[in-house]
Design a protein around this ligand. Structure first.
Ligand code: NAI
Length: 705
């Protein structure tokens, strides 16, 4: 059972029990409805308490039911709330810990509410591109007042019960319990009190009967729309939240409910909500590894060592210092150590200036940082992350040394971005303890952490790194070993296409503008200028030797030969004014591109924004399909998480693989076939991955993989 029924003297207690957060799935809804009937049928029961077991009252909808017909099967949430309202005996919702979404809507159907202190109360539906769909937009303004309710509904952010209870005139909570421990006892006492009060037949209070108005009426809602409009550019839900709350002030309750329902159903079918719901599930799925159960014991990590205090090493260190883990930085050169520590300090000072940290917090964190130039000082670390130069000979030297000094069981991680993690593991006599931790730059800011599982990586090492990644607030995605792992392997194909687009007639500015309009944070050329065009140049030179059959546009090489490495050299694909980052289209670069086309005998053509976007995005999708087929990524949604959290793919489009499915895999493959016929593109490039062809032939989506 996902809810229990117990009788305490004359009070029935219905306890939701559907771990982890008492999601309101079908069986829980059935159990609540049955409990209400049973209590109403039992003459010995005078009142009913509705509460939750474990870590929540209720977190709302059961994500396991997302998108399945079960979510709407009777009794649906609206029917259960109606059953609560219609109970002849008073129902008291006793909420604690988490009271969100449908959980809060359920509580709002009760006749009385009591909350434990520290309960997080929220209607987070807007984060999934929705509005609350079970009365939240109609009932919350009636108990909290329009403004407080609208803020909660539009932001989706949780507010603590004691803050809500302090709002003058609020009717959300009739009582705050002294503590979570005494909540049930106090709820039962309240139940008896109200049972006495209503014994004479006085009607039970219902939120739907409370008035709902704003003194400024329409003017207030117009103001709210202006406030929300700019942020809500790609997201329809926030403005719809305002419409629904306004309806609560202008319509009869039942009409407001109908309006909310209609708006909710319409939003459910928008691509934005589908993308956001996909990512919600994707984020939770990414942490799961089929052959590493969630209860796999993890190794204790109390001390971290980082080898190399450069760009990445110093950024990585900040993550651990932030969560109170001592870090020792090891370097080959004292000046590099000094630079690394100075970088860490300057990041913290920047946060103090922005008011995000207090000076004493900076000192606390810096007190956890040690520096050294000898391996003896790190031998007791539980985790070592290597972030030295990207050179196999240097990595070898480091890992042989680590193997010689580190205590048994220490986890040895490499931050390599392109080298073979299996080969690095083989430099040690303990390949089971070796793993890749591919952070993204700036490592203290970027959410993504690709966790690279070597052929011999032990399961508990993987489980430990995943747990630690979560602790330092990263989105961890497991990748198998391959050149570039998931993200960079795909971006290389995207960059190749960007180069072909220049050859055929685009300017860097046109390509960037088109893909930025699609929603990418930054187009490929502005990105190249930021990251340094020499990085790609270095990789291409290796490719020309390793994979001579692959075609690359040589325009980017010409750019590098001109010394235009990007912002760091004051010029790249664009020109830059000293000290500024604004990308100014460069006549010199455009001339160089034109000259190059002439050499190749290409007559430039006008290329539409649609073609630019499709060629760039489908280049990602095709490589993503190869990655999926080779099991480098466990699921398509992992690839989406990589692109959303590490590469600035537009969140409201759900990631490249989700976008491709929405576009229709059939249509994606058709487009690839069209591109392959273009004499200046690369027919081999556009050979659809076998997995894509198979899915299209079988009429299936990536979920079938
Ligand atoms: P970096 O050049 O900024 O820093 C490397 C540091 O390692 C230098 O301070 C150097 O003195 C030190 N070092 C070199 N040999 C050493 C040795 N034997 N023992 C101790 N220290 C030594 O390089 P960066 O950018 O921090 O890259 C480090 C690693 O992270 C590379 O494997 C790179 O591929 C990878 N990476 C880099 C990213 C980036 O955007 N820069 C992103 C993701 C991974």
């Amino acid at each position: 059972m996902t809810a229990h029924y117990q009788v305490h003297g004359d009070v029935a207690v219905i306890t939701l029990d559907n771990p982890p957060v008492n999601g309101l799935g079908l069986s829980t809804r059935q159990a609540i409805a049955q409990g209400l009937d049973r209590a109403n049928d039992d003459p010995a029961v005078r009142a009913i308490v509705l509460t939750g077991a474990g870590k929540a009252f209720s977190g709302g909808a059961d994500i396991k039911e997302f998108g399945s017909p079960k979510a709407y099967q009777d009794p649906n949430l609206l029917s259960v709330i109606l059953a609560v309202e219609h109970s002849a005996k008073p129902v008291i919702a006793a909420v604690h810990s988490v009271c969100m979404g449908g959980g809060l809507e359920l509580a709002l159907g009760a006749h009385y509410r009591i909350a434990a202190p520290g309960t997080k109360v929220a209607l987070p539906e807007v984060k999934l591109g929705l509005i609350p769909g079970a009365g939240g937009t109609q009932r919350l303004p009636r108990v909290l007042g329009v403004e407080a309710a609208l803020n909660m509904i539009v932001s989706g952010e949780p507010v603590a019960s004691e803050i809500l209870a302090a709002i003058p005139g609020q009717k959300l909570f009739d009582k705050l319990a002294a503590s979570a421990e005494t909540l049930l006892e106090e709820a039962i006492a309240l139940a008896r009190e109200v049972a006495d009060k209503h014994a004479g037949g006085a009607p039970l209070p219902l939120v739907r009967h409370l008035p709902c108005q704003h003194p400024q009426g329409d003017a207030y809602f117009q103001f709210a729309r202006n406030m929300v409009g700019a942020q809500a550019k790609h997201y329809p839900a926030p403005l719809k939240c305002i419409d629904a709350v306004q309806a609560a002030t202008t319509k009869r309750f039942d009409d407001g409910m109908a309006f909310e329902r209609e708006t909710f159903v319409n939003l459910m079918n928008t691509p934005v909500s589908m993308a956001l719901r996909h990512l919600f599930v994707a984020e939770r799925a990414a942490g799961k590894i089929a052959d590493v159960p969630e209860d796999t014991p993890v190794r204790e990590v109390r001390q971290v060592a980082i080898i190399g205090a450069g760009t990445m090493g110093s950024g990585i260190a900040i993550n651990f210092l932030n969560v109170g883990l001592p870090v020792t930085l090891l370097e080959a050169k004292p000046e590099a150590l000094e630079r690394g520590v100075a970088h860490i300090r300057s990041v913290y000072e920047g946060q103090v200036k922005k008011g995000k940290l207090k000076p004493e917090q900076v000192e606390q964190r810096l007190a956890l940082l040690r520096t050294t130039m000898t391996y003896d000082d790190i031998r007791d670390a539980d985790l070592v992350i290597e972030a030295v130069f990207e050179d196999m000979a240097v990595k070898r030297q480091v890992f042989e040394q680590l193997d010689a000094v580190m205590k048994p069981g220490a986890i040895l991680a490499t931050n390599t971005s392109t080298l073979d993690v299996n080969q690095i593991a083989a430099f040690t006599k303990r390949p089971q303890d070796v793993i890749g931790t591919h952070f993204f730059s700036p490592a203290n800011v970027m959410k993504l952490l690709e966790v690279v599982r070597g052929d011999k990586t032990a399961k508990d090492v993987l489980a430990t790194v995943m747990a630690l990644g979560k602790k330092i607030k990263k989105t961890c995605v497991v990748s198998g070993v391959c050149d570039g792992f998931i993200g960079n392997r795909m971006i290389e194909q995207y960059s190749r296409q960007a180069g072909f687009l220049l050859e055929e007639g685009c300017t860097p500015e046109q390509v960037d503008r088109a893909i930025e309009k699609f929603g990418f944070a930054m187009g490929p050329f502005r990105m190249g200028d930021l990251a340094g065009n020499d990085v790609g140049w270095y990789i291409r030179k290796r490719r020309y030797v390793e994979k001579p059959h692959l075609r690359y546009s040589k325009i980017a090489d010409r750019l590098c030969e001109m010394g235009r490495f990007g912002q760091k050299t004051g010029a790249g694909w664009y020109d830059y004014q000293p000290g500024k980052r604004d990308a100014i289209p460069s006549p010199v670069v455009n001339q160089m591109i034109e000259d190059y086309r002439k050499e190749l005998g290409i007559n430039p053509r006008k290329i539409s924004d649609d073609e630019i976007v499709q060629r760039l995005v489908f280049a990602l999708v095709n490589e993503g399909a190869h990655i999926l087929e080779e099991k480098i990524a466990a699921r398509a949604s992992d690839i989406d998480m990589v692109y959303i959290t590490g590469y600035g793919f537009p969140v409201w489009r759900g990631g490249p693989m989700h976008y491709a499915e929405q576009f229709g895999l059939f249509n994606v493959v058709q487009a690839m076939k069209r591109f392959a016929k273009n004499p200046h593109d690369d027919a081999q490039f556009w050979q659809p991955a076998p997995l894509l062809q198979r899915l299209v032939a079988e009429g299936k989506g990536f979920a079938a993989v």
